[in-house]
Design a protein around this ligand. Structure first.
Ligand code: 48F
Length: 254
């Protein structure tokens, strides 16, 4: 006998328990694209309590679509170790490695889950908590509230460190810049993403990964957008390495 109300109770009670368990974490990550998922796995594996919040129904960000919806991604040799670490299959083509975008997303998500990171979908980061000029948490709301244009107040969680892994729109950095007026960039503001130049961009995305405001790290495409670096298209090695670097930098401080 399946009792519908028991199904309802099991879902609501367990989902609320998971959320309550993440009211205070070591690291909160905004965005479940490749850089956020890689950071989540390595942080959780090093013993940190990690919660990742993704606006959309599915995690994976811009990786699903490969290049122009051809479901393949390219990863350069420097990041092959991460494909191996996550068990992602690939073929060598010249100096690059080619993998299925669908398999890559599936394995990034499953590795992040297995590491113990807590992944939440359908939740948007709409603001941050700031205490004494340090970011120390996220202000969250259901993504549907935003889509429906409803006036509903959000809830907040605390984190020792936060990561903006929101990709091209660099939403968390934009909020902090708008509200605080300064970031740790040469201009003090958001320098803006440049047009495509894969070779340079892949190197810079790793260099740009770091603490962009006290308590707030930036990884992935958001790191290039904040520091005025180019985009790269469907080459994902830099994204993966950027997530790993963010995890390493934060792990040293925890
Ligand atoms: O865009 P996305 O995949 O970012 P990434 O990890 O990787 C970039 C590449 O996909 C690609 C590229 C290729 O090299 O340039 O674009 O840097 O993933 C960002 C995720 O963040 C979510 C968004 O839905 C996406 O899944 N996101 C964006 N804003 C918010 C958010 C927000 N305010 N709160 C929660 N999630």
């Amino acid at each position: 006998m399946i009792e519908e109300t028991e199904v309802s109770r099991a879902i609501v009670e367990n989902a609320v328990k998971d959320f309550l368990d993440c009211l205070e974490v070591d690291v909160a990550i905004a965005g479940g694209g490749p850089s956020g998922l890689v950071a989540a796995r390595y942080l959780a594996e090093s013993g940190a309590k990690v919660a990742l919040f993704e606006r959309k129904l599915s995690l994976g960000g811009g990786m699903w679509g490969g290049g122009m919806m051809y479901p393949k991604i390219v990863v350069q040799k420097e990041a092959r170790c991460i494909l191996d670490d996550f068990g992602i299959n690939y073929q060598k083509e010249g100096e690059q490695y080619i993998a299925s975008s669908i398999e890559s997303v599936a394995k990034l998500v499953s590795n992040a889950v297995d590491s113990g990171a807590r992944l939440f979908n359908c939740i948007s980061v709409e603001d941050v908590l700031i205490r004494e000029e340090v970011v120390n948490g996220f202000v969250l709301n259901w993504s549907t509230v935003d889509v429906a244009g409803l006036h509903v107040d959000p809830l907040a969680i605390k984190a020792r460190y936060c990561v903006d892994a929101t990709g091209h729109p660099l939403e968390v950095c934009s909020i902090v810049c708008r509200k605080v007026g300064k970031l740790n960039t040469p201009s003090g503001g958001i320098m803006g993403e440049r047009s495509m130049w894969a070779d340079v961009s892949e190197r810079l995305v790793v260099e740009n990964t770091g603490e962009v405001y006290p308590g707030l790290y930036v990884s992935g495409m958001a790191a290039n957008a904040v520091y005025g670096s180019p985009r790269m298209g469907p080459i994902f090695g830099g994204m993966l390495l950027s997530g790993k670097k963010a995890a390493e930098l934060i792990t040293k401080r925890l």
